[in-house]
Design a protein around this ligand. Structure first.
Ligand code: GAL
Length: 647
C-alpha cells in the first residue's frame, strides 16, 4: 500500500530521532513579530517544553516578496535559533497562500466557482488546483527551500501546502480545470462513447459527440448528471493530490532523507484520504472539536480512528488543535480548564505521536486574532499558558509512548469516499447523510467502550470480527464480492440501508435492490418509502434472512442472515441511539467483540498502546470530570484469532 516502502520508514526515523518524547508545539509564525518577541519565544518554548514547530506555512509573500527575488535571511535566523534551542522544525513549503503578485501577473491562477465567479486574493488558498502556472511557482519556491535547508539540523519533516481542499474543495471550473478534467476522463474512459455509457447520457439528451463539449459540472438549470458530479469529486481529489505530489517530488529528490506530510482537515467529503495516504510518510490531522458540542468526544474519536486507519494503524500526528477557542464558528466557546489536556490525551490514546496547536503566539492582527494560541495576547501570566506548560511537562514524562503502536481493534467501520460522493448527489428517495450514518454506527461502539478501526474497501478486512458498513450506496461488483467473501469466511457484517444500489458509475444494479448484496443479506428491497418527516423506510422481502426488528407499521426493518461461516445484518432504518446501541450490543455479543475494559462507567474511555518493548500503556480518559490517567496495563489476555471463533 505504501509506495514509499522501506524508504518511508527510514525517513521517519529521521523525524523520530529528533524527538525524545511525543512531539509538542505549534504553528510558529515569527514573521508576524519583531526581534524582542523572537527572543521571548525561545524562552517560553523552553518553559512550555516545545520540541517541534511547524514553520513558514503562510510565509510565501515574506520569502518571495517580488517574483523570483527570494529572502531567506529571516528564515535562516529562525531555523538556527530553533536548532540551538533543541526545537525541531516541520518546515512548510509555504505554498498554501500565494502572494498577491501571482494574481496580478497571472489572474488565470485564481479559482472559478461553479457559477463562473472568479475568487480573488485577500484571504488564502486562492489558487486553481489544475493551474500549471501556480504549480510552476510553487515548485520553484519548494526547490529553493529544499536546497537551502536540506542539511539544516532543525529540519525534521516537510509540511507540504496546508489543508488541501479546505477552502477550494469543489475546486475550480475555469477553462484550465475543464481541460484537466477532460484529460482525467480520457484516462478513465478512453473514448467519448465509453464516457457516454458510464454517465448514462442518453437520459435528458446529454450525449456528447466530442471531448470538447464536456465541462466540469458548472451551474445548470436543474439536477446535474450525477455520474459527472461523482467523477468531478474524484477528479478534484486527484487534482489536489497532483498539486501535492508536484511539491513532494521536489523535496523527495533534493532531500530523500526527510519524511513528508501534509495536514488533513477535519473529516470532510473533500479528499479521498485513502488515495492520499500512501503518498505521506506520516498522516497529519487538524482537529477542532466544538467545546459546546455534547457529542464532540465521540465525533473526535471517530476522526482519530480514521487517521489511524489511513495507514493501517500507524501512529499519526495531531498537527493542529486549538488551546482554547477558535474564531470561525458563530459562537466560539473557550475550552474550560483541563479540556485542552483531555483533548490532547484523547488524540494520544487514539494513536497520535504529536500534539501541536494552531498557533504558538496569538496574532495581533489579521483574520485569526481572536483564535486562541499557546501564548495568548495577555502573555505568559495566563491560565492557558500555565496549562500549556503543565501539559508539555506531562507529555515529556511518558517517552515510551512515542512511536508505540495503537492496539488493533476487533471491530472496524468501512469508509469509502466515492460511495459518499455518489450518495450525496441530487434526486434520491430522501436525503441520506453519509457522515451522519458513519458517526451513528461508530457511536454505538464508542458508547459501549468498544474500540473501532476504520478501513477502506480494499483493506485488511479479515483482521476484524465485526465490520460495520454504513450507506455503501455505490459499489462495484468486485468490491461487493470482497464483503461477501468476508462474511462467507466467518466475519460478521452490519450493513445499513441504501447500500449496494449503484455501480461505480452510479448506474443501478438491476434485478432488485441491493443487487450485489441480496444473496449475502438474504433479502430484496422492493421499494423505498421514506416518511414525510424524513424517516427512512422501505419494503423488504425476506429471502432467507430472519426479521429481528419490524417497522412501527409492520414489515421487516432489521434482519439477520447466516451466510457461509458468518452473519450479515441489514438495517433498513436509522435506529434511535438507544435502539442502535441495543442492536450492536447483540451483534457484538454474537461476534465475540468486547469492550476495551469491563465495567467502565459512562463517560470513561480507555485505549491501549503497545511499546516496542511490548509494554502496554493504557490511557484512561474521564470525560465527566476531565481527568486523565496514563498507566501500565496488564499484558493482554491471549484471544483466539477472529477466524477461530467463527462458526
Ligand atoms: C486551520 C488552518 C490554520 C488556522 C486554523 C484555525 O484550518 O490550517 O491555518 O486557520 O484552522 O482554526
Amino acid at each position: 500500500m505504501n509506495p514509499t516502502g522501506e524508504g518511508g520508514s527510514v525517513r521517519l526515523d529521521h523525524f523520530y530521532d529528533k524527538l525524545s518524547s511525543l512531539a509538542y508545539g505549534g504553528d510558529y509564525n515569527p514573521e508576524q513579530w519583531g526581534p524582542e518577541t523572537h527572543a521571548e519565544d525561545m524562552e517560553l518554548m523552553r518553559e512550555a517544553g516545545v520540541n517541534l514547530v511547524t514553520l513558514g506555512i503562510f510565509a510565501w509573500a515574506t520569502t518571495e516578496p517580488t517574483p523570483g527575488a527570494y529572502d531567506f535571511t529571516w528564515l535562516d535566523a529562525h531555523m538556527d535559533r530553533l536548532a540551538a534551542a533543541g526545537v525541531a522544525v516541520c518546515l512548510a513549503t509555504m505554498t498554501a497562500s500565494p502572494p498577491p503578485w501571482l494574481a496580478r501577473l497571472h489572474p488565470e491562477t485564481l479559482p472559478v466557482m461553479e457559477d463562473g465567479t472568479r475568487l480573488h486574493p485577500g484571504s488564502r488558498q486562492h489558487w486553481c488546483p489544475s493551474s500549471p502556472v501556480y504549480r510552476r511557482y510553487a515548485v520553484r519556491l519548494t526547490e529553493r527551500l529544499a536546497t537551502r535547508y536540506a542539511h539544516h539540523p532543525a529540519l525534521a519533516l516537510w509540511h507540504i501546502g496546508n489543508e488541501y481542499g479546505c477552502h477550494i474543495s469543489r475546486h475550480c471550473h475555469c477553462e484550465v480545470s475543464a481541460a484537466a478534467f477532460r484529460t482525467w476522463l480520457r484516462e478513465r474512459y478512453g473514448t467519448v462513447d465509453a464516457l457516454n455509457e458510464a454517465w448514462s447520457t442518453t437520459f435528458w439528451s446529454q450525449r456528447y459527440s466530442t471531448w470538447e463539449e464536456i465541462h466540469t459540472p458548472r451551474a445548470a438549470p436543474s439536477f446535474r448528471n450525477p455520474a459527472q458530479r461523482a467523477d468531478y469529486w474524484r477528479f478534484s481529489s486527484d487534482e489536489l493530490l497532483a498539486a501535492y505530489l508536484a511539491e513532494k517530488e521536489v523535496v523527495s529528490r533534493i532531500t530523500p532523507h526527510i519524511p513528508v506530510t501534509t495536514n488533513f482537515v477535519p473529516i470532510a467529503k473533500t479528499l479521498d484520504l485513502f488515495r492520499w495516504a500512501p503518498h505521506l510518510d506520516v498522516i497529519s490531522y487538524d482537529s477542532y472539536p466544538d467545546p459546546h458540542d455534547p457529542d464532540a468526544a465521540q465525533r473526535t474519536a471517530f476522526s482519530y480512528d480514521v487517521m489511524r486507519g489511513l495507514r493501517d494503524g500507524q501512529p499519526w500526528l495531531l498537527l493542529e488543535q486549538a488551546p482554547s477557542a477558535v474564531n470561525w464558528r458563530p459562537h466560539n466557546g473557550r475550552k474550560p480548564p483541563g479540556r485542552m489536556r483531555l483533548d490532547t490525551w484523547q488524540a494520544v490514546a487514539h494513536g497520535a505521536d504529536a500534539a501541536l496547536f494552531f498557533q504558538w503566539r496569538q496574532s495581533r492582527g489579521g483574520a485569526e486574532k481572536f483564535h486562541s494560541a499557546m501564548v495568548p495576547h495577555a502573555g505568559r501570566e495566563t491560565r492557558v499558558f500555565r496549562e500549556v506548560t503543565e501539559l508539555g511537562a506531562e507529555l515529556a514524562a511518558h517517552p515510551a509512548l512515542l512511536r508505540s503502536t495503537p492496539a488493533r481493534a476487533e471491530a472496524a467501520l468501512l469508509l469509502d469516499w466515492p460511495a459518499w460522493w455518489a450518495l450525496e448527489t441530487d434526486a434520491h428517495p430522501s436525503r441520506v447523510d453519509y457522515l451522519d450514518g458513519a458517526l451513528a454506527y461508530h457511536k454505538a461502539l464508542y458508547d459501549a467502550s468498544v474500540p473501532c478501526d476504520v478501513v477502506p474497501l480494499d483493506g485488511n478486512l479479515s483482521a476484524y470480527r465485526l465490520l460495520l458498513v454504513p450507506h455503501l450506496y455505490a459499489v462495484s461488483q468486485e468490491a461487493a464480492a470482497r464483503l461477501t467473501e468476508y462474511v462467507r469466511d466467518g466475519g460478521t457484517l452490519v450493513m445499513s440501508y441504501f447500500s449496494g444500489i449503484t455501480d461505480e458509475h452510479d448506474r443501478v444494479h438491476l434485478g432488485g435492490y441491493p443487487g450485489p448484496f441480496r444473496e449475502l443479506l438474504g433479502l430484496t428491497v422492493e421499494e423505498f418509502d421514506p416518511r414525510a418527516d424524513g424517516t427512512w423506510a422501505e419494503e423488504i422481502r425476506l429471502e432467507g434472512a430472519e426479521q429481528v426488528v419490524a417497522y412501527d407499521w409492520g414489515g421487516p426493518a432489521v434482519t439477520r442472515h447466516a451466510y457461509g461461516d458468518g452473519t450479515a445484518w441489514y438495517v433498513g432504518l436509522d435506529p434511535d441511539p438507544k435502539t442502535m446501541r441495543e442492536l450492536l450490543d447483540r451483534v457484538r455479543a454474537e461476534a465475540g467483540v468486547g469492550p476495551a475494559a469491563e465495567g467502565l462507567p459512562d463517560g470513561v474511555r480507555v485505549r491501549t498502546r503497545v511499546t516496542e518493548a511490548g509494554e502496554r500503556i493504557r490511557v484512561r480518559l474521564d470525560h465527566r470530570d476531565g481527568s486523565v490517567a496514563v498507566e501500565r496495563a496488564a499484558p493482554a489476555v491471549p484471544r483466539a484469532a477472529p477466524g477461530a471463533l467463527r462458526r
